[in-house]
Design a protein. Structure first.
Length: 306
């Protein structure tokens, strides 16, 4: 039985007629090429090359073997190249971004399910951060995102809601509100609300840090952050508060933070969004798959909007 490297050493030496250049071609040592040729000659039972201190050349048997082996080897290489090319041409990648553990569960569940429904596709999952989620979508780093609503950008399509959760206020355990059973939006006047660095009024997520309560009381701006984990660290240090979804009670419990239900506010919806200019045929099938995954993980998921 011939080994691949023996065949490559034979064909390489037949082409180069030089042990050093053949070794460079195969990325092995000169001694390794010599061993392979000797091993092959033992299998054949005769010399395939005539060697002197000055030259290397094929024997008549070596010429005949070369003429018969090279076309077969080249056909095998071409067949593998065609197979690789065919696979690359038919498998497309859908890049899905998420923020938060609950959205991440859905993204990974849908990512596992999607290739079974659409064999020509696979899903690559990426976590995004508060400060750059929409930028990563617009810059083409991800194709679809699972984000908190509302998203009202004119260049972005908002798909169906995947799951919905009650809002809570994350406050330091040392704060007076931490001892309450619930708080209202009027109570936000008693905290400094953390906000995303560089975000402008009316921008995505800005509804989580209003400037005033419904009755007009001012709400102090808290520290600026870039990631959700950074926001939690700020709260734990006692220097701010942040409005969050109730998933935090399952995934983000930590010392120094109390999560208090925030009543009188709409639920926080999470939905699929993508650029209006993104016309991939994978969008609709993935939306359906993500909805199925969401219902498996969140049985109370609302029916999609028409």
């Amino acid at each position: 039985m011939l080994e691949r490297l023996e065949i490559e050493a034979f064909l390489g030496l037949a082409a180069e007629l030089h042990f050093g250049r053949t070794a460079e071609r195969l990325h092995v040592t000169t001694g390794r090429v010599s061993q392979l040729i000797k091993k092959l000659e033992r299998k054949v039972g005769a010399q395939l090359f005539e060697r002197t201190n000055r030259s290397v050349r094929l024997t008549p048997l070596g010429h005949r073997l070369h003429d018969e082996v090279r076309p077969a080897y080249e056909e095998i290489q071409a067949a593998f190249a065609r197979a690789v090319s065919s696979t690359r041409a038919t498998v497309e990648v859908l890049r899905v971004g998420f923020m938060g553990a609950a959205a991440g569960q859905i993204a990974h569940q849908a990512g596992d399910m999607f290739p079974e429904r659409e064999p020509g596709w696979r899903v690559r999952i990426r976590e995004v951060q508060l400060f750059n989620a929409l930028a990563r979508l617009r810059e083409g780093e991800v194709d679809i995102l699972i984000l908190a609503l509302p998203v009202s950008e004119p260049d972005i399509v908002v798909g169906p809601v995947l799951f919905s959760e009650a809002r809570m206020l994350a406050v330091p355990t040392s704060h007076a509100l931490a001892r309450r059973e619930s708080v209202t939006t009027e109570d936000l006047a008693e905290v400094e609300l953390v906000r995303v660095a560089g975000a402008q009024p009316g921008a995505w997520l800005s509804d989580l840090w209003p400037d005033r309560t419904p009755q007009g009381r001012p709400i102090a701006p808290g520290p600026e952050i870039e990631t959700f984990m950074e926001a939690l660290q700020v709260v734990a240090s006692g220097t701010g508060a942040v409005v969050v979804g109730e998933q935090v009670t399952r995934f983000y419990t930590r010392p120094g933070i109390a999560y208090v239900p925030l009543t009188g506010t709409p639920r926080l919806d999470r939905a699929l969004v993508w650029l209006r200019s993104y016309n991939s045929p994978a969008v609709r099938p993935f939306v359906a798959t993500a909805l199925e995954a969401a219902r498996l993980l969140h049985p109370a998921t609302p029916a999609p909007r028409p």
